[in-house]
Write a protein that binds this ligand. Structure first.
Ligand SMILES: [Zn+2]
Length: 103
């Protein structure tokens, strides 16, 4: 999952090293489904990503971090992403309402 620009500065400067440590802890396999890093599944290359269980980039406690393949990471993040999209849509609607009121 790409890091959104507004969240980028919430990650610690040594995030690269931290995420590498977590992937090494996982033996370079997904900690959920066990797929090896850089293997091919369904024609797509597996690249392990490091997820924050509490969705808080500042919380880099190893207990809060999981090395997951894209599929497991997406599955975990999906409910929150849906909320985020709804939140943004609401914000846009609210903005649109303001403009309508102002005319
Ligand atoms: Zn997985």
């Amino acid at each position: 999952v790409p890091i959104r620009p507004e969240n980028k500065n919430r990650y610690p400067k040594d995030w690269d090293a931290i995420s590498r440590t977590i992937r090494e802890r996982a033996g370079n396999k997904c900690e959920e489904c066990g797929v090896p890093n850089y293997s091919i599944r369904d024609g797509a290359k597996i690249v392990l990503t490091v997820a924050h269980l509490d969705h808080t980039p500042e919380n880099c406690d190893p207990q809060n971090l999981k090395a997951w393949c894209q599929r497991c990471h997406n599955r975990y993040d999906a409910p929150m992403r849906r909320q985020g999209i709804q939140g943004r849509a609401r914000a846009q609607r609210a903005c649109g309402d303001l403009f309508v009121d102002g005319e």
